[in-house]
Design a protein. Structure first.
Length: 181
């Protein structure tokens, strides 16, 4: 009798396990958010507007042997407006190359239509001087507000990729999005 009780014990425990596995649980997922009409005024290097044209300095091709960079230019993005979200900080800037840009090794490839500079790309660096790999996308850290606005800084520079740079013009678009907290 003792032997048959011991052999029934594993079967009984297995049945208890099946019984608990048969129970289901449900709940509610609540999504919260906000759609705003916030429009902040944005300027790039002091020029107000949503579609800036950033002029990089003219550099000689001799300054760009393969692997070198030249012509570093600061980009100062200033956001301000009547709505407190424009100046209280927390705004981030997302650079999204998938929407218009062509990339070469994480940098902006030249898309000029005439007399295109060869082996010259534009690389970006964050405010801490770390390279930005646009192949991965980039979102700035939340910018602190000053009460007079919010400021985001990064840098652009020519970079010789694929050989020494050959003279010509450079042009490359890059889409961006401001994200409010």
């Amino acid at each position: 009798m003792m032997n048959s009780t011991i052999s029934l014990l594993p079967a009984a425990l297995a049945m208890l396990g099946l019984a608990s596995a048969a129970h289901a649980q449900s709940g509610t997922i609540t999504f919260n958010g906000e759609v705003t009409s916030v429009t902040c005024e944005i300027s790039f290097n002091g020029v107000i507007g949503n579609d800036p044209s950033i002029r990089l300095p003219t550099v000689p091709a001799s300054a760009l042997p393969e692997g070198a960079s030249a012509g570093r230019t600061e980009l100062h993005v200033h956001i301000q407006g009547a709505d407190p979200v424009c100046s209280n900080g927390g705004i981030t800037l997302q650079l999204d190359p998938r929407r218009a840009a062509r990339l070469q090794n994480g940098r902006l490839a030249n898309q000029a239509l005439t007399v295109r500079a060869t082996n010259a790309v534009v690389g970006l660096r964050d405010a801490d001087d770390k390279p930005i790999d646009l192949g991965l996308g980039w979102i700035s850290p939340p910018a602190p507000g000053t009460g007079d606005g919010t400021d985001i800084f990064f840098y652009a520079e020519y970079y010789a990729d694929g050989g020494d740079a050959i003279p010509g013009v450079f042009q490359a678009p890059l889409q961006y999005t401001l994200m409010y907290p």
